[in-house]
Design a binder for this molecule. Structure first.
Ligand code: SPV
Ligand code: MG
Length: 273
């Protein structure tokens, strides 16, 4: 899919329901976001407080309820190469199609936190990727490497040299992350290994359309957290309205789905009642 000419549209999920909605909306793949699961499951910041086993359970629940492939955001792999190998095995058994490992130093910070950022050495990240590759049983499980060099202020050239090293260590595809479009575009224009799909996360440059990402050389785009953020806004507004007006029906001042529709979303018709 990532090698096809069309841009792979990937949306971020935080649980099995959001993954199912993404699948039903026709997206090509689901991104199981560490930010999303930390926020939703634990209401905690995305700074490696979430255990990999918690994320893996959500991955298993989500995979069971979707048809499209799921990419698990396995963050920094939760330690060294042994942890990365363990994580690769666990998530593959949970049924994910792809695993993403990034070069943040454990404990990592979400890419939109300014403080406490650091990267592991290129050597350690290569060791983690090759250990993860060896641990994967299935040849078709995609190993994605993600450099945070541009997020951490290390620059585009560092991001390119790290990404080349990550491909040499066994990565099948790369996530090229930055908070602005200019460095990502610069990276894409300088990248020479054309067989390696490059995936962007346009959270910080949300108005750059898919067509422009594709023209610049992106193979995939991850809309990482928009579902969760609109859900938060919607829940907040409805809570405010119900509290203010003192009636459950005040929630109808906002968009709401009927109960029968919720039953349909979760597949009531597939069961014998
Ligand atoms: C996530 O969605 O958890 C990500 C993308 O890793 S970011 O929030 O930009 O770090
Ligand atoms: Mg994450």
């Amino acid at each position: 899919m990532l090698s096809a000419p069309a841009l792979t549209q990937i949306a971020g999920a935080h649980d099995a329901l959001s993954a199912r909605l993404i699948d039903q909306a026709g997206f090509d793949a689901v991104w199981l976001s560490s930010f999303g699961v930390s926020t939703s499951l634990r209401a905690m910041p995305d700074i490696n407080l979430l255990a990999q086993s918690e994320l893996c359970s959500v991955a298993r629940y989500a995979v069971a309820r979707i048809k499209c492939p799921l990419i698990a955001d396995c963050e920094d792999g939760y330690g060294d190469m042994n942890n990365a190998a363990h994580v690769a095995r666990e998530f593959e058994r949970a049924g994910v199609a792809a695993i993403s490992l990034d070069d943040n130093l454990y404990p990592k910070r979400n890419s939109f936190h300014d403080v406490g950022r650091a990267l592991v050495s290129t050597d350690l990240m290569q060791a983690k990727l090759s250990a993860a590759r060896r641990a994967l049983d299935l040849a078709e499980t995609v190993l994605i490497a993600r450099t945070e060099a541009m997020v951490s202020g290390a620059g585009v050239d560092e991001a390119i040299s790290r990404s080349e090293a990550y491909v040499a260590a066994g990565a099948d595809a790369l996530i090229v992350h930055a908070r602005e479009w200019a460095p990502v575009r610069d990276f894409l224009s300088k990248w020479t290994l054309s067989s390696i799909p490059l995936i962007a996360i346009p959270t910080g440059y949300e108005n750059v359309p898919d067509a422009e990402l594709t023209a610049a050389g992106c193979s995939g785009a991850v809309y990482a957290n928009q579902c969760l953020r609109v859900a938060i806004a919607s829940m907040r507004q409805s809570l405010e309205d119900m509290r203010k007006w003192g009636a459950a029906g005040a929630a109808r001042r906002n968009a709401i789905v009927e109960m029968a529709e919720v039953h349909r979303i979760v597949g009531i018709d597939d069961y014998q009642l």
